[in-house]
Design a protein around this ligand. Structure first.
Ligand SMILES: [Zn+2]
Length: 529
């Protein structure tokens, strides 16, 4: 595997003070599609996710739950790991920042490298701290005196902190962002980041007194009275999971230093941490930057912001068990807007699953294989190279163009045009069947019309070829369904089995949606408070 063909993709690591909700599922599924798509194209892929255990709010939530912090983060982190099966996630690695032995040495090393550059100084600091965000706010950042993410009044805090000289890196950051060396998608988010950097960067606090953190977290090297700020600690996971600062740095060399692309998928609430602070930290440590940061939007449920306290935190596992993994993934990929928040309702999910999967992709294959079964004794035509002159050329051309259309959309991290491209080939397939009317060709062939028999073979060949292309290209989006579609197209002993529908028609639920049970206090910042 050469570096040119390696692709490294990460999600943000969520705080584990509450159950996973649909916003987490969105980010995980998006990153999973990118990983599966690159694997399908033959690239080496490493897909990382995990949990951010070292937040102060975990300490608070554990106390409220009456358990130790280690027990609390341990059991909650497991709930995030367990999304793997219901969401069909293909992550290669899962890091828990409090318990993973790879994490601390890398965080300490990054700290020391920045310290060696003279990028830290200690001073007394007075500010307003939102524990929900784990962030100090300047007065002008507070809308009406409250945190913009949580709507809560941040508490005044006066303490000694280590500060990072972010202001030093303004020029280098602008260069990295303006040149496109680090791509921020979508463009709206890139422009926001550029405006923020151009306005001038202020140094920021990167430690907390150990007493306020109740000893939870990683001590500042050489100053055990201070704990490294949880954001500094958390951002480092993207390289500590690769062995950075540890005994074996080969994965770091392979997947960070020498990979062709290093992509972070994050929610819009934490753009600044990834597109500014993380880059500055890497610049200070003399390490390569990520190549892209893709910023997704938030979800609401039935018109309300995703929030445990509002009682609308839909559980992704419950949704998958009710509607199926593919239906949940498809809705997240097909309906969630690139800009602006999207409202989830079960009716929308059901509508998408029925129109695109049951009546679309699934039905095209079902009717094709039914014809093959009925008129050709289940003998399916072998895959043939599509040619522009071939019968059904509109459909053949659409099939030929499909991989490229998906590649282009996913290169921009744009999931809706990618899934729409699949639907457009399904529609071309249905048009082709309606135009060619293979059932009529079959009736004529039975009356010894040899031209009709030959045309029927061609038409069924084109249709099964389209089904093959669709089954393959849908793989990253619908891993379960596409595997079943492919199996149906691979006959045992020369003939296919009578086809059965791959995607069931769904009914909207009569009873209310399953909600994620509440787990302790606090809320979650990067995927909607
Ligand atoms: Zn907040």
């Amino acid at each position: 595997m050469t570096g040119k063909s390696r692709f490294y993709v990460t999600t943000a690591i969520p705080y584990v003070n509450a159950e996973p909700h649909l916003g987490h599922a969105l980010e995980l599924v998006q990153a999973d599609v990118l990983a599966r798509h690159r694997r399908l194209r033959g690239q080496g892929v490493r897909f990382l996710t995990g949990t951010d255990d070292n937040a102060l709010k975990n300490v608070t939530a554990a106390r409220a739950a009456g358990v130790t912090v280690a027990e609390f983060v341990g059991s909650n982190a497991a709930r995030f790991y367990q999304l793997r099966r219901p969401l069909a996630l293909s992550f290669d690695d899962f890091i828990k920042t409090s318990a993973d032995p790879r994490h601390r040495p890398g965080v300490v090393r990054l700290w020391r490298q920045c310290a060696d550059r003279g990028d830290f100084y200690r001073r007394s600091y007075q500010g307003r701290y939102c524990a929900g965000c784990e962030q100090f706010y300047a007065p002008e950042e507070l809308a009406g005196g409250v945190c913009p993410e949580h709507g809560l009044v941040p508490e005044p805090v006066t303490e000694q902190n280590w500060f990072f000289r972010l202001s030093r890196y303004t020029g280098e950051l602008l260069d990295a962002l303006e040149s496109g060396r680090v791509r921020i998608e979508p463009t709206t988010r890139r422009n926001e980041v550029l405006a923020f950097v151009r306005a001038g960067l202020r140094d920021f606090s990167v430690s907390r007194p150990a007493a306020r953190a109740h000893g939870w977290g990683i001590p500042v090297p050489g100053d055990p009275d201070q704990i490294i700020y949880v954001w500094w600690d958390a951002l480092a996971n993207y390289v500590t999971s690769l062995g950075y600062g540890g005994p074996d740095e080969q994965p770091y060399q392979d997947w960070w230093v020498n990979s062709a692309e290093r992509v972070h998928v994050v929610g819009k609430g934490i753009t600044r941490f990834h597109a500014v602070y993380w880059l500055a930290l890497l610049l200070a440590a003399g390490q390569p930057l990520p190549t892209a940061v893709y910023v997704h939007e938030y979800l609401s449920v039935d018109g309300a912001k995703l929030s445990k306290s509002a009682g609308n935190a839909v559980s992704p596992s419950e949704l998958a068990s009710r509607f199926g993994t593919d239906a949940v993934r498809w809705w997240l990929l097909r309906d969630v807007a690139r800009l602006g928040d999207t409202d989830f309702t079960a009716e929308r999910l059901v509508h998408r699953a029925n129109s695109d999967l049951a009546n679309g992709l699934g039905n095209l294959q079902q009717r094709t294989l039914t014809l093959v079964h009925k008129y050709r004794h289940g003998r399916i035509a072998p895959p043939a190279p599509a040619s522009p002159a071939a019968p059904g050329s509109e459909l053949s051309l659409a099939c030929q163009a499909l991989p490229h259309r998906i590649d282009q959309a996913l290169a921009r991290f744009d999931f809706r045009p990618a899934t729409a491209a699949i639907c457009s080939v399904v529609q071309a397939g249905n048009r082709f069947a309606e135009t060619e009317r293979p059932w009529e060709l079959a009736r004529r062939a039975e009356r010894r019309d040899h031209a009709a028999a030959a045309r029927l073979d061609e038409v069924l060949g084109v249709l099964t070829g389209a089904c093959r292309t669709l089954a393959t290209e849908a793989g990253p989006f619908l891993p379960g369904g596409s595997a079943t579609l492919s199996e149906q197209l691979s006959p045992q002993h020369g003939a296919i089995a009578p086809p059965v529908p791959v995607f069931a028609r769904q009914q909207p639920p009569a009873d209310p949606l399953p909600l994620a049970p509440a787990l302790g206090a606090g809320c979650r910042r990067d995927l909607g408070p």
